[in-house]
Design a protein around this ligand. Structure first.
Ligand SMILES: C[S@@+](CC[C@H](N)C(=O)[O-])C[C@H]1O[C@@H](n2cnc3c(N)ncnc32)[C@H](O)[C@@H]1O
Length: 228
């Protein structure tokens, strides 16, 4: 019998807004199938009529969102190094989230939550405004062709959503190895006007794409944008 295919979350299949991610499929091992059915549901946040205050829910004072958590290295390292910080990992793709919940379960990490689906939905109305300390957007899909630019995550609507969720003084950090995307994202931030943008050298755990960019000797650009 063929092994099951990694599901696309239901919420993604009939999605009302532009997709900022690529569709992917692959076969799943029995172990991963267990993680999908038995472990992931224990970490997933859900939408309710009263928007979620994740800090309160986790009984922690600081919450970071890893938006587009990919293979999960960054989420896992952040959560392990900082047990006092809650980390919400968001991705539509299944494999990395399963790696996160498997490791979190093995290591009894209690400060991780996940969303398997489009994070824009979560940012629209799942979370309580002014409750998030940081949103990490690390090596988002660059959508390099001009006709694909509308799929880029960093745009005015997205910044409006993030701005509402961040605590006063909260920040976004953004990194990419696509120079043109960095330039256009910088322009979007500056047009938004309500972030203090710095091209500083913040240091956070690396992601898979960060390691790949280093191995290919790509130029890596990063900024932090603090809510004014
Ligand atoms: C290029 S990968 C980078 C992953 C990781 N941050 C890294 O640096 O290795 C971008 C990730 O963002 C995810 N993504 C893009 N748009 C998303 C959205 N609207 N909601 C959830 N995940 C999204 C993609 O599925 C993909 O896994």
């Amino acid at each position: 019998m063929p092994s099951p295919i990694y599901p696309q979350p239901d919420k993604v299949l009939e999605h009302p807004h532009i997709r900022t991610f690529h569709a992917r499929q692959g076969r799943m091992s029995a172990r991963r199938e267990f993680a999908l059915n038995e472990l992931l549901p224990k970490f997933e946040i859900s939408r309710s009529d009263s928007p979620l205050d994740l800090a309160e829910d986790l009984d922690l004072s600081t919450v970071i969102v890893d938006f587009g958590s990919g293979m999960g290295l960054h989420t896992l390292e952040l959560a392990t190094r900082n047990p006092e910080v809650g980390v919400l990992a968001i991705d539509v793709h299944t494999v990395g989230l399963l790696a996160i919940v498997e490791t979190a379960t093995e290591q009894s990490l209690t400060n991780i939550r996940t969303h398997h689906g489009d994070g824009i939905d979560v940012f629209i109305d799942w979370l309580k405004p002014s409750t998030i300390d940081e949103v990490h957007i690390l090596f988002p899909d660059p959508w390099p062709k001009a006709r694909q630019h509308k799929r880029r995550l960093i745009n005015q609507q997205f910044l409006t959503l993030v701005f509402a969720l961040l605590k006063p003084d909260g920040r976004i950090i953004f990194a990419t190895d696509n120079d043109e995307y960095f330039e256009s994202a910088t322009a979007v931030f500056s047009e938004f006007k309500r972030f203090d943008v710095r091209f500083d050298d913040w240091d956070v755990p690396m992601t898979t794409y960060h390691l790949r960019a280093l191995s290919l000797s790509h130029n890596i650009s990063q900024l932090s944008a603090r809510k004014i």
